[in-house]
Design a protein around this ligand. Structure first.
Ligand code: GRF
Length: 202
C-alpha cells in the first residue's frame, strides 16, 4: 500500500511511521510512505522526509486565490503520488469538498484528545484547562466536519496535576505514535470497511 503523509510541524508521528517501516520492511508492514506534503515550508516534518529520501511538496493557502483552489491543488499534489491511504499526522488545515471527494474514506487523521471531546486545533490545552483526569489520542477517518469522522482507535493518557500543555502533549504523543503505526499497518494489511460510524478492519 502507498501512503502519502501530510504534516505541519515536527513530524514525529511521520518519523514513527518511517522508523517502523524501516524496521519491519514495507512488505511485512503492508505499506510504504511514497511522499510527504505540508501546508508550510521550513518545518522539521519536511526535513525528516528529505532525510529519508522521500519526495515532498508544499501547498500553501496564501499561494492560492481561494481556499477552494488551495484544496483542489492539495488534492492534485497528493493524487500525483497515487496513494492508497493518506495520513494526516499533525496536518493543521481542514480539507474541503474536492479533497474529500477524492480521498474520503481513505484519509486518516490523528488527534491528541479523546474525540468527541476537545476537537480542533487545541485539544491538549482544552483538556488541561477543563480539568480532565484522563485524555488521550484518537485515530479516525476524516469526514466533512472538524475531527468528527468515524473513530478507528483511541489511546488513554492520564493527566497529572503538574502537567503543562507541552508535558501532557509529549506524553500523549508517546501513545499516539504507537497507535498510529499500529492502525495504519492494520488498515494497509487487512483492508477495512466503514459502516456509518463503525470501522470494520478485516
Ligand atoms: C500530534 O499530536 C497531532 O495529533 C497534533 O499535532 C501533533 C503533531 O505532532 N495534531 P508531530 O508533528 O507528528 O510531531
Amino acid at each position: 500500500r502507498r501512503l502519502v503523509v501530510l504534516v505541519s510541524g515536527s513530524g514525529t508521528n511521520l518519523q514513527a511511521l518511517l522508523d517502523e517501516i524501516a524496521a519491519t520492511g514495507a512488505e511485512a508492514y503492508g505499506a510504504e510512505v511514497v511522499a510527504v506534503g505540508a501546508d508550510r515550508e521550513g518545518i522539521e516534518g519536511l526535513a525528516r522526509a528529505e532525510r529519508a529520501g522521500l519526495p515532498t511538496f508544499v501547498c500553501r493557502v496564501k499561494d492560492h486565490a481561494t481556499r477552494e483552489e488551495w484544496d483542489a491543488a492539495l488534492a492534485e499534489a497528493v493524487a500525483a503520488h497515487e496513494p492508497d491511504l493518506v495520513v494526516s499526522a499533525g496536518f493543521m488545515k481542514i480539507v474541503g469538498k474536492e479533497f474529500l471527494a477524492r480521498f474520503g474514506g481513505r484519509f486518516v487523521n490523528t488527534h491528541p484528545a479523546l474525540l468527541p471531546s476537545f476537537p480542533g486545533a487545541h485539544g491538549v490545552r482544552d483538556a488541561l484547562a477543563y480539568g480532565a483526569k484522563v485524555t488521550g489520542c484518537t485515530v479516525h477517518f476524516v469526514d466533512d466536519g472538524v475531527d468528527t469522522g468515524p473513530i478507528i482507535a483511541q489511546g488513554v493518557v492520564e493527566v497529572r496535576d503538574e502537567d503543562d500543555e507541552s508535558a501532557l502533549h509529549e506524553r500523549i504523543k508517546e501513545v499516539e505514535r504507537r497507535l498510529l503505526v499500529e492502525v495504519v499497518g492494520r488498515l494497509a494489511r487487512n483492508g477495512y470497511r466503514i459502516e456509518g460510524r463503525k470501522v470494520v478492519i478485516q
